[in-house]
Design a protein around this ligand. Sequence first.
Ligand SMILES: Nc1ncnc2c1ncn2[C@@H]1O[C@H](COP(=O)(O)OP(=O)(O)OP(=O)(O)O)[C@@H](O)[C@H]1O
Ligand SMILES: [Mg+2]
Length: 370
Amino acid sequence: MKRGAIEIAGVGKEFGTATVLNDVDLAIAGGSFVTLLGPSGCGKTTLLRLIAGFLEPSRGAIAIDGAAMQGVPPRQRPIGMVFQNLALFPHLDVFDNVAYGLKVRGAPAGDIAGRVARFLGLVGLAGFERRRIGQLSGGQKQRVALARSLVLEPAILLLDEPLSALDLQLRRQLQVELKSIQRQLATTFVFVTHDQEEATLLSDIIVVMDGGRVQQVGTPGEIYSRPASPFVARFVGDINMLPGRIVSIDAASAEIEIGGSRLRLPLAAVLGNARAGARCDIACRPEAVTVQPSSGAGAGSDTDTNTGASFEARVAALHRLGPMLKISFDTVHGPLTGLMMANAPAAGLAENQPVQLSIAARSFTVFAQA
Ligand SMILES: Nc1ncnc2c1ncn2[C@@H]1O[C@H](COP(=O)(O)OP(=O)(O)OP(=O)(O)O)[C@@H](O)[C@H]1O
Ligand SMILES: [Mg+2]
């Protein structure tokens, strides 16, 4: 097994009377890139600080590579950290910033030079050794901070929104580099962001948090296409949420009423307390909506089918997003959003045009209401 595995079991944290983390159970495999994703205040930084040992849990336990961490001070944990606020030493140059931790640990000078050179190379800063911190751009400073942590070769690197202060283009570039560095070193990265696109691009596993609790753990694909709750569904990308009803349930499937359509869905797509008669929220991503010009009044009304739902609609608005076209539709059951390539044949739509929408049954996730 690769080193850098983290086991978090039943962890809770209180500050005074406020509970900021509750029942956190999380197993992070050594060598993986894991992202904590969630809205501001949900407890991401607190969880990182518990892993690092700057805070102790109020309940539960954290282990690293099988060793219990209770009472182990931060310095004795195999962990490095990179923060948005970098805390570089402004009076030292790039080399000395990166060499600092090695010197503190008493590494031999010859060894230090070789290791600093290797990690400055890794972050793309070879040749910047004698620059002062004040003479670097934001992105370069971020690379120094990364090299300074990585040079100590921790089993685990904790990164708390390290890219959020950078402009979009630089951020995209550093995301790609960060992922490549993580793959080369096979260090466990626990990365915090509230940007779902960033989480999707970087992560092997995404941990979605809200209100101090883990809401879902999964690959980016699982989180996107099988969100465990309406919160997760809305937090990771655009989603259509339509009201519906569970008509009947058998051992393998459920019959759902949505708009004027009835669909049979596998039970795996029905979450929550599924029972006949329950109201439900039915979710699908915008790219699952396909559109055809309406064939005329009366024709193409809402139909009953097991393969998909169909809706009469009207084009309310068209928005071009780079190569994509985002379309807002009005239906009698509520608004729907569609997303397609702007050069797709169906994209030649005009505002107010009547259209026929269809959504394949396999695109739906159903959340039964309590
Ligand atoms: N030392 C502290 N004392 C009291 N409350 C705290 C302390 N640290 C954090 N909190 C509270 O705990 C909650 C979680 O904070 P945390 O910093 O973990 O959130 P976060 O998910 O990192 O948010 P952000 O995305 O804004 O950084 C917040 O409500 C915060 O105000
Ligand atoms: Mg934070």
